[in-house]
Design a protein around this ligand. Structure first.
Ligand code: AMP
Ligand code: MG
Length: 345
């Protein structure tokens, strides 16, 4: 009898666990989901929508609308499309103010804010430096100090006149040869818009993933949390699983996209202060409330490195960081204090 009483708490816990599991299963049956993946913004994107069964038939249309929003952001902000607004800005803004649409004005407003917050580490006006390093990558040579100095001279948000009060808002460059590159923030902005489209359509859960930058809300149809895997930057495989409901998670990495010049690997992220590729962190993951912010901050912290990056994060209450530092042979994972609320194992 004594043994029975001793084991009673375990029996009750077991019953409770079964009841909870059954409830979870039942509620799972009350949701349906639809996921579609395709190439967009030069990478693979996946959009998943979760909704009550009454919306089952609409979900493919809802997901397709979310992709259309991403396509529109790309059409406006891609520097590779001649007819995009960004290309037109880069051709004309040194001669005259160029009118902005609402989305580009918002991305530039947030870019300017993150440029200030990061002490210039995030700077989408470093287009001339990005292009210089790209060209040198193709020619397998390092840029000369003069080339870097010229490109640096043509970069800097302080050389931009952004008039957001005008109707329509406008941008103007104060020097010829300047170019903006929104590659460090536009993906995050597109993800926020696409997630907003799912939400607006009545979805109770959703996930938008563009090339590993992710926004989630609600929950999936078959689990209590969305699970986001943070990749090991050095080898195939996962470093950590983050379990989240509503979150934006972006990873920037020196080891993800790079060019090799004379046998040395150079990051696609440029330190606007030196004009050199960022060397500091192989992988920076930022978690936060919106993807536009996490995208820009991940790029900024990649430039700043561990000490200055963590200092920046400690001043931003809505964002947390996880950095991989070191070499493939000896690397360490470092997180800001609040990051662990996202971690399951
Ligand atoms: P991400 O993968 O979000 O870190 O963005 C990297 C992209 O942002 C690069 O491919 C460039 O297009 C652009 N970029 C590079 N360096 C910077 C920088 N320091 N600030 C803002 N954008 C940058
Ligand atoms: Mg970014």
């Amino acid at each position: 009898m004594k043994r029975f009483w001793l084991s009673l708490p375990f029996v009750l816990a077991g019953i409770l666990a079964i009841v909870l599991l059954r409830q979870l299963r039942t509620s799972n049956h009350e949701l349906v989901s639809y996921r579609l993946s395709r190439q967009v913004m030069g990478t693979l994107a996946s959009i998943e929508a979760v909704a009550p069964p009454s919306m089952r038939k609409q979900l493919p249309e809802v997901v397709s609308r979310a992709f259309t929003v991403v396509d529109r952001v790309e059409a406006i902000m891609s520097p590779y499309k001649d007819d995009s607004l960004v290309s037109r800005i880069n051709r004309q803004a040194a001669q005259e103010p160029v009118a902005l649409d609402g989305w580009t004005a918002e991305v530039l407003r947030q870019s300017q804010m993150h440029w200030k917050l990061s002490g210039g580490a995030f700077d989408p006006t470093c287009g001339p430096l990005i292009e210089l390093w790209k060209r040198c990558g193709k020619e397998d040579r390092l840029p000369t100090p003069e080339e870097i100095a010229t490109a640096k001279d043509r970069s800097g948000f302080d050389k931009v006149i952004l008039n957001l009060e005008a109707d329509p808002p406008t941008i103007r460059f104060t020097q010829p040869g300047m170019r903006i590159d929104l590659g460090g923030i536009a993906k995050g902005f597109a993800i926020d818009l696409a997630a907003g489209e799912l939400h607006k359509s009545g979805c109770v859960g959703g996930l938008v993933d563009i090339g590993g930058d992710i926004r989630t809300f609600g929950r999936p149809d078959d689990d209590a949390y969305w699970q986001i895997a943070v990749q090991n930057p050095f080898h195939e495989g996962t470093l950590r699983i983050l379990s989240v409901h509503d979150a934006a998670v972006c990873t920037s990495g020196n080891y993800q996209r790079f060019s090799i010049i004379q046998g040395h690997r150079y990051s696609h992220i440029i330190d606007p202060r030196s004009g050199m590729p960022a060397e500091a962190s192989p992988s920076v993951t930022i978690a936060g409330a919106n993807t536009t912010g996490t995208d820009a901050i991940a790029t900024a912290v990649s430039v700043l490195g561990y000490a200055d990056g963590m200092k920046m994060i400690s001043n931003l209450p809505h964002y947390e960081a996880m950095l991989i530092i070191g070499s493939p042979q000896a690397f360490e994972m470092k997180s800001s204090v609040g990051f662990d609320k996202f971690v399951r194992n």
